[in-house]
Design a protein around this ligand. Structure first.
Ligand SMILES: Cc1ncc(COP(=O)(O)O)c(C=O)c1O
Length: 421
């Protein structure tokens, strides 16, 4: 209740988003003679000075390997490393830091679950339910598991260009053969925000284990793993102001304790004999080898930065930018195809300009200083379903402004003129 009241109070604060831009040195530059407009945040976000400084300070003062040493530097590095685990637990309201496993990112988190949980819990004839809007990271690891075990993959449909899940049919898909339901919180190519609490509740009622891909949501809105009610939740540091190469896998304690290791090596063992070893409990059982120490510590700074800004404020601003851009592009009337929900979308727009390839849009926009992304966005099966090869995507973050969107729209109009569309 107190947390909820705090969230609401934060959301009411009027933010000066442009002022926050000075925290991001990279945004100050010009590209091809134009002020940089960075609209590729769904791929990776920029890093604030607070994160950059933390990384430099760690390497300048505290660099040492964690857990094994008993000298001052190693103690400092270990304390900072474990403090980040505690911070990550708080960031997503996990029950304890033992539910937080550091990974290389969302992709590795899903592979870890598919391998360690999957090898114990999935067998021939079982079904794994995904949705048609999943990123390749939430498809391919399950394909590999299905090949190993003889399980089958099912895909819960998306309702065409508008990009929603048809919740009225969900229960028909949650059969007793389905052992796992893995789905994205926010679609990276449609901007759909899925009702994760309801998806998890309905799966749980059917006795199905759940995994939430929070790659596009963790840095964009408050996340509460207990309220969501999932068994697993994964995200990447680099999509939320943190360094690349670091991510988090949250697993419910009871589930993690039943899982065998993922990788074998140092750090994850209790004892090793020539022919047999025993494992540490979670989370260390799943963190073999020297971890990305600076990444973990940098992620801590990113989480602090985001919470100082207020994730409710960020979510509101994101949705305002998404709605503003969608409205502006809708005014094109002809010559544009827009993907994703018309209302309640996340901070991104995905579109195609008639007779102009998405890569051409992105290439010409870059000449105007606007960084977009064009392609299948690691959503090839979804693109095929929608009957397209690719889309162009503008994805926003809290340091973006409506003025930048106005400039982006101007650039798109120029592109249409240039190609005679
Ligand atoms: C929805 C979604 N899931 C998974 C990923 C994979 O994230 P990473 O490459 O950081 O592992 C992405 C990256 O774009 C994504 O958007």
């Amino acid at each position: 209740m107190i947390a909820e009241a705090k969230r609401k109070r934060e959301a009411k604060v009027k933010m000066d988003w442009s002022a926050l831009r000075t925290d991001f040195p990279i945004l100050e530059q010009k590209v091809h003679g134009h002020p940089l407009i960075y609209f590729d945040n769904a791929a990776t976000t920029q890093k604030p000075r607070a994160v950059l400084d933390t990384l430099v300070q760690y390497y300048e003062r505290d660099n040492a390997n964690v857990h094994r040493g008993i000298h001052e530097l190693s103690n400092r590095a270990t304390a900072a490393f474990e403090a980040s685990r505690t911070r990550a637990a708080k960031f997503i309201n996990a029950r304890s830091p033992e539910e937080i496993i550091f990974t290389r990112g969302t992709t590795e988190g899903i592979n870890l679950v598919a391998t360690a949980w999957g090898s114990k819990n999935i067998k021939r004839g079982d079904k794994i339910l995904l949705t048609e809007m999943e990123h390749h990271s939430n498809i391919v690891p399950w394909q590999l598991l299905a090949e190993r075990t003889g399980a089958e993959l099912l895909f819960f449909p998306v309702t065409g260009d508008i990009g929603l899940l048809d919740m009225s049919h969900l229960d028909e898909w949650l059969t007793k053969e389905v052992k796992l339901f893995a789905f994205t919180h926010i679609s990276n190519s449609l901007g759909t925000i899925n009702p994760v609490v309801e998806l998890c509740a309905r799966a749980r009622k059917a006795g199905i284990t759940t995994l939430v891909d929070a790659a596009q949501s963790a840095g964009h809105r408050p996340l509460d793993a207990q309220e969501i009610g999932c068994d697993f939740l994964v995200f990447s540091g680099h999509k939320m102001c943190g360094p690349t190469g670091i991510g988090v896998l949250y697993g419910r304690h009871e589930v993690l304790e039943t899982m065998p290791p993922y990788h074998g090596g140092g750090e994850m063992i209790l004892s090793v004999d020539f022919h047999k070893s025993t494992w540490k409990p979670a989370p260390h059982r799943f963190e073999a080898g020297t971890p990305d120490i600076s990444g973990v510590i940098g992620l801590h700074a990113a989480m602090d930065y985001l919470d100082k800004t207020g994730r409710d404020n960020i979510a509101r601003h994101d949705q305002e930018l998404g709605a503003y851009a969608f409205e502006k592009l809708s005014q094109f009337k002809t010559g544009i195809r827009l993907f994703g929900p018309h209302i309640g979308r996340a901070g991104l727009v995905s579109f195609l300009l008639k007779d102009i390839h998405a890569h051409d849009v992105v290439t010409v926009a870059d000449q105007g200083g606007v960084a977009l992304r064009g392609g299948h966005h690691c959503n090839q099966p979804l693109m095929r379903k929608l009957g397209v090869e690719s889309t162009a995507r503008a994805s926003f973050y809290f340091y973006n402004t409506t003025d930048e969107i106005d400039r982006f729209v101007e650039v798109l109009r120029d592109i249409q003129k240039f190609f005679g569309a």
